[in-house]
Ligand binder design. Sequence first.
Ligand SMILES: [Zn+2]
Length: 67
Amino acid sequence: MPSCAAYCCNNSYKKGFVLLRFPTDPILKEKWRIAVGRDNNWKVTSNHRLCEVKHFFLEIFNYKAKY
Ligand SMILES: [Zn+2]
């Protein structure tokens, strides 16, 4: 059961949150990575998700609108 990748966030599907996959676009992915608030050594993998309710910048909403 995936849960949110963000630092100090443990929202999950189980708790009723919508979790989004990281974008494949490298620029967007980097923005998401920054939004996660982890250190620079942290690598995004295809298993990581970010919950919908926190961490979001305008660019991410734009991404969602296009999705
Ligand atoms: Zn979260």
